[in-house]
Design a binder for this molecule. Structure first.
Ligand SMILES: O=C(O)CC[SeH]
Length: 428
């Protein structure tokens, strides 16, 4: 009826005016220079990049410049960058490659040496229990379909990090891949990927065993902290544009694909991306990704220190207003956290995260991963895995600041939360 429509209209009419976005781990807006690069490519570089005349050459030049820029952002070479539709495709491509790597290595071993450690069983994959669904569900399906054995190493309930010794302890003769995210999207906790890779590198030196491939999903880290694939020592690194003010496209970093590192395509077609990922290139989105990567390379320290100081101010204000009613779900002894992420719970039986957020007049944030927003009101399994008590996890608010978040935004959000909590506590 009219009343309902009026309510919705009224609600959304408020949104247009004074809402404050604080959900940058879910997605980011595009920088103006990125929009500019995209629209110019849409306008002038519509040619097929494989065509040998000027229209194609313009498109190919843009793609190659973007490849250079993305490679520089992650400390790799241009040849190491394979453009994909996004992070989900990149992550799926890594697990697909690992299973193929296992099969091809074992078949080669049988033909030559007649045996190789670990080739008797199925490929074994090691990952953490707090990964994004585009790793977690891929691994679960491989396991359910009997195509791989998977160990989901639980994070420590003290540090919320996957511990290096626990990862190493999970290694078996048939282990072919270790995939651990660089930073968690809900807690912001940074994982010890470099240390894991260092320990595995020495294991990989023993040639009688299967090579263990190393991957990290850097979706939440890029544009917030320095990410250098060769320093980390990974073979693969997932790049997701829409977390660092680029459009909805991604890439997979592979250390010299096809020579030093195996890469087995999931798609076959017209030969683009050196046959690793065929399909006529999405030139405008690739142009946007490259421009955003260029901005990260030029301004990362500025972005990082702004987000860090804004987040610290947010935490101070929350503590000042809510005192002992506040629990920080992203403070763990000994763990480094992303500079922009503040996962908090305001304690109280009527202050579930979803209830608080749906009553806030200005704050736009989430209780956890955007792709879990349909998981109803159950507490996040990621926070529970990190040792956050259930009634605290149920009240979680994931606040993630961005490049443009100001202290005035923080003041307004904290006031909004104060009013909302007061309202909800009075109602009961
Ligand atoms: O919101 C996030 O954490 C990433 C997109 Se599902």
């Amino acid at each position: 009826g009219h009343a309902f429509t009026d309510h919705i209209f009224h609600h959304y009419s408020e949104i247009n005016t004074d809402r404050i976005y604080m959900d940058y781990n879910a997605t980011t807006p595009l920088e103006p220079e990125v929009i500019q690069a995209i629209s110019e490519a849409l306008q002038d570089a519509w040619g097929n990049p494989s065509s040998n005349y000027i229209a194609g050459a313009k498109a190919k030049a843009i793609i190659n410049q973007s490849r250079e820029n993305v490679a520089r952002m992650v400390g790799g070479k241009a040849e190491d960058v394979i453009f994909t539709s996004g992070g989900t495709e990149a992550n799926n491509l890594v697990l697909h490659t690992a299973v193929e790597h296992f099969r091809k290595s074992c078949r080669a071993a049988e033909q030559h040496e007649g045996h190789q450690n670990g080739c008797s069983g199925r490929p074994h994959i090691i990952t953490s229990n707090v990964e994004h669904d585009s790793i977690k569900l891929v691994a679960e399906h491989l396991q359910m379909d009997g195509k791989a054995d998977v160990t989901f190493v639980p994070v420590s309930k003290v540090t919320a990090r996957v511990e290096v010794d626990d990862v190493i302890a999970a290694v078996r003769p048939n282990t072919c891949l270790i995939s651990v995210m660089l930073a968690n999207n809900e807690t912001g906790v940074i994982m010890p990927v470099r240390e894991i890779c260092q320990r595995i590198k020495s294991l990989n030196k023993r040639h009688e065993r299967l090579r263990i491939l190393l991957h990290t999903d850097a979706a939440q880290a890029l544009g917030k902290i320095r990410v250098d694939a060769s320093e980390l020592g990974v073979d693969y690194l997932t790049i997701v544009g829409h977390k660092f003010y680029a459009p909805r496209i991604g890439a997979l970093y592979v250390n010299s694909p096809g020579t030093k590192t195996p890469l087995h395509p999931m798609l076959f077609g017209g030969g683009q991306e050196r046959n690793f990922r065929p399909g006529t290139e999405n030139t405008p989105m690739i142009a946007g990704l490259g421009k955003a990567a260029e901005l990260v390379t030029s301004h990362l320290s500025e972005y990082e220190s702004h987000m860090q100081s804004t987040k610290l101010y947010l935490e101070e204000q929350l503590r000042a207003v809510f005192k002992d009613k506040i629990h920080f779900n992203s403070h763990y002894p000994g763990s480094d956290i992303l500079p922009n992420t503040c996962n908090v719970s305001i304690l109280g039986p009527t202050l579930q995260g979803w209830r608080v957020l749906s009553n806030c007049r200005r704050l736009l944030a989430s209780v956890g991963a955007a792709c879990h927003s349909d998981s109803g009101n159950r507490p996040s399994h990621i926070l529970l895995s990190c040792g956050v008590p259930s009634e605290v996890a149920a009240n979680a608010l994931r606040l993630s600041v961005g490049r443009g978040t100001t202290e005035a935004d923080v003041d307004a959000v904290v006031e909004d939360l104060r009013e909302t909590v007061q309202l909800l506590e009075e109602m009961n």
